[in-house]
Ligand binder design. Structure first.
Ligand code: FAD
Ligand code: UDP
Length: 382
C-alpha cells in the first residue's frame, strides 16, 4: 500500500475526528483501519431487516454542554431534537427514572411538593460528606430504600461488582431531582443525528485525503502499511501484547427482536434493576423520529469480557485504573504514537467527551507544527 502521513486504528469518533481534521485543516493523508465491517465504532447504526434504524451496540443518546462539539459535528449532520425519557421496571410496575418528584409521589402514594421531597430525602440520606464510591454517592443522595430499589442490583448485574467497588462517578452520573423534570440527561443539547450516526461518519470520512479500510485488523496489516505516525484507538493492553496482563472490561450481549406493533414499550429505554438477566430494553425508534408500522427492540445482557469479545466498558474503579497506569507509562514512551479514546485511554467516556478530546489532540498537533509532515504527536493526557 502507499505511504500515509497517519495510520489511524479505529473508525469510531476518536479516529474519524482526527482523520477529518488532519485532512481538512492540515492537508494530511490518513488510512483509517477498522477490524469491524463498518465505520462509526460503537455508535454504528443501520437499517435492520424490517427497515428500522437501530443501534447495533446499545443506545447512543447524543448530548453535550459543549458548543465546540455541537458546532463541529453539525458540519456533518442535521439534528432531530429529542429528550430521552426512561422508566425503571421494579416491584411489578413502571417507575419514573431518574428519581424525581413523580417517582417520590408514587413511592409515598400521595401528592408532594419539591420542598417535601427535599425534606424527606434530607431525612433518608446518609451523612457522607465526600462519597468515595458509587454506593456512598447514592446513599448520600437518596438513602437506602431508593438505593436498593433502583441502583444496587442494576449495578451488580451490569458491572458484576458491588457499587461500593466502583468510582462515585458511575452512579453519580444519574441525576436526582426534586422537580418533575424526568429527562434521563441534563445536558443543554440533546438531539439525534437526523440520518443516523453512520451517515454522519460517512460524511466525515469522505473528506479528501482520508482512506478507509474495513475488515482490517491493525495487528495483521501493520507490517504492510507505510505511515509516518500512528493514532491508536483500540484496547491499550492488546496494543502492548498484554505485557502487563489483561485489563478488566465489561462486555454485553445484545438480543434484537422485531415486533408487529408500532411501539413495544412506553419509552425509549426501560431499565430492569431487579428482574431478568438483562439490564434494559431499548426501543430506539422512540428517539430516531422514524415512522414505521413495526418496531425493533434490543435486550441488553451484561457478560464477562474475554479476549475475542467486544470490550464495551473499561471498569471505572481504582484497582483497574492502577493496572491501566502501567500501560499508560508504556504509551508515553511509544514513538510517534497517539493513544486516544475510550479503549486506548481506558476511560468511561461519552461520545461528546471523546469528540472534545479528539479536537484537543488535533489542536495540539496543529499548534506544534502546522506545516511539517512530521509533527511531534502530543498526548492529550500528558
Ligand atoms: P470506539 O467507538 O470503540 O471505536 C474504536 C474502534 O476501533 C472500533 O470500531 C474497533 O473495531 C476498532 N479497533 C479496535 N482495535 C482494532 C484493531 N486492532 N484493528 C482495527 N480496528 C480496531 N456515549 C454517549 O455519549 N451516549 C450514549 O448514550 C452512549 N451509550 C453507550 C452505550 C453502550 C452500550 C456503549 C458500549 C457505549 C456508549 N456510549 C455512549 C459511549 C460511546 O460509545 C463512546 O464514547 C464512543 O463510541 C467512543 O469512541 P472511540 O472512538 O473512542 O471508540
Ligand atoms: N444505574 C443503576 N440503575 C439504573 C441506571 C443506571 O444503578 O437504572 C447505574 C449503573 O451502575 C450504570 C450507571 O448507573 O452503569 C450509569 O448508567 P447509564 O445509564 O449512564 O449507563 P450506560 O448508558 O453508560 O450503560
Amino acid at each position: 500500500m502507499d505511504g500515509y502521513d497517519y495510520l489511524i486504528v479505529g473508525a469510531g469518533f476518536s479516529g474519524a475526528v482526527l482523520a477529518e481534521r488532519l485532512a481538512s485543516q492540515l492537508g494530511k493523508t490518513s488510512l483509517v483501519v477498522d477490524r469491524r465491517n463498518h465505520v462509526a465504532g460503537n455508535a454504528y447504526d443501520f437499517h435492520d431487516d424490517a427497515g428500522l434504524l437501530v443501534h447495533k451496540y446499545g443506545p447512543h443518546y447524543s448530548r453535550t454542554n459543549s458548543d465546540e462539539v455541537i458546532n463541529y459535528l453539525s458540519q456533518f449532520t442535521e439534528w432531530h431534537p429529542v429528550h430521552y425519557h426512561i422508566l425503571s421496571w421494579t416491584h411489578g410496575d413502571y417507575w419514573p427514572f431518574p428519581i424525581n418528584l413523580n417517582t417520590f409521589e408514587k413511592l409515598i402514594g400521595k401528592n408532594a411538593s419539591p420542598a417535601i421531597m427535599a425534606q424527606t430525602l434530607a431525612a433518608w440520606r446518609h451523612d457522607i460528606p465526600s462519597p468515595k464510591n458509587s454506593k456512598e454517592v447514592v446513599l448520600s443522595q437518596v438513602g437506602t430504600r431508593l438505593y436498593e430499589m433502583f441502583f444496587e442490583n442494576y449495578t451488580r448485574k451490569h458491572w458484576k461488582r458491588d457499587p461500593s467497588e466502583l468510582d462515585p462517578s458511575v452512579c453519580g452520573r444519574i441525576p436526582v431531582r426534586t422537580n418533575r423534570d424526568d429527562r434521563y440527561l441534563s445536558d443543554k443539547f440533546q438531539a439525534m443525528p437526523t440520518e443516523g450516526y453512520t451517515a454522519m461518519f460517512e460524511k466525515m470520512l469522505a473528506t479528501p485525503g482520508v482512506t478507509v479500510a474495513l475488515n482490517t485488523d491493525y495487528r495483521e496489516a501493520k507490517a504492510d502499511i507505510r505511515h509516518k505516525h500512528l493514532i491508536y484507538t483500540g484496547m491499550i493492553d492488546e496494543y502492548f501484547d498484554y505485557t502487563h496482563g489483561d485489563l478488566p472490561y465489561r462486555s454485553l450481549h445484545f438480543v434484537p427482536e422485531t415486533h408487529d406493533v408500532e411501539f413495544y414499550q412506553p419509552t425509549v429505554q426501560v431499565n430492569y434493576p431487579n428482574d431478568h438477566d438483562y439490564t434494559r430494553i431499548v426501543e430506539i425508534k422512540h428517539v430516531t423520529g422514524q415512522q414505521h408500522a413495526k418496531t425493533s427492540i434490543v435486550k441488553e445482557y451484561p457478560q464477562d469480557f474475554e479476549r475475542g469479545r467486544e470490550a464495551y466498558y473499561p471498569i471505572p474503579a481504582p484497582d483497574a485504573r492502577e493496572r491501566y497506569q502501567k500501560y499508560r507509562q508504556l504509551a508515553k514512551t511509544e514513538p510517534n504514537t497517539l493513544f486516544l479514546g475510550r479503549l486506548a485511554t481506558y476511560r468511561y467516556y461519552n461520545m461528546d467527551q471523546v469528540v472534545a478530546t479528539a479536537l484537543t489532540a488535533f489542536q495540539a498537533i496543529a499548534e506544534k507544527d502546522p506545516t511539517s509532515t512530521t509533527p511531534d504527536l502530543a498526548n492529550p493526557e500528558s
